[in-house]
Design a binder for this molecule. Sequence first.
Ligand SMILES: [Zn+2]
Length: 271
Amino acid sequence: MPELPEVETARRGLASHLTGQTIADVVIRNASLRWPIPNNLPELLRGLTIRSLNRRAKYLLMDCGNCTLILHLGMSGSLRILPVDTPAEKHDHFDLILSNGTLMRLRDPRRFGAVLWHNGDGHAHPLLAGLGPEPLEKNFDARYLYAATRKRKVSIKQCIMESRIVVGVGNIYANEAFFRAGIKPQLAAGKLSLPRCEKLVAAIRATLNEAIKQGGSTLRDFVNSAGQPGYFQQHYWVYGRNGDSCRRCGSPIKQIRQGQRSSFYCGICQK
Ligand SMILES: [Zn+2]
């Protein structure tokens, strides 16, 4: 599933191809995504100039002046820039045709993605308006996390996965960040001290930034290749390593369930 680093990598890769371009047309082959693609999208977007491509959580926001095209990659979506005459394949549900002879194509086999239109600034869309801070921005800091988790009995891992606390950390990167911070995922959120909040915030940032940096090397695949774009395969500390030896201390990695998600941790390195 594309997580925040993959979406941010896609944004960086796509932005230079889209910014300043005029939308010549829109092709909807299958409108049945997570929510239906509005069927009047061609009339709404034709002739508009793309001002910028931004990201909020895992949503891409294409600023078209007075309106915003909101995109979400769901479980299996990918976006590519291709020559306008490239034949569409089975799961290519949506094209944005640009006046420079290219198109931006959404491929989404599982169709959990979304293409939505918002009249105005996309940040005000109901799906986005109630979201918590971005993990890589300054307002997500130790003091904020400390204040947001006081009196919470739920585990700190489950708190981090709540989008009103912080957006887009994702299960894989959360597991890795908890290992990096030396914090047990099942610790009650309200018991995390301010210095440990500091460690956790730093670990979340470092984990996500590392993945984004790694994505930079596969950027071209996201934008131009004819094949499937690869999501980042990483050398995980704990994620998916139940029973394997901890890369730091050698003791076996444990797996537990927390709110329908798997958590992996080292009982020695994480307290
Ligand atoms: Zn260990």
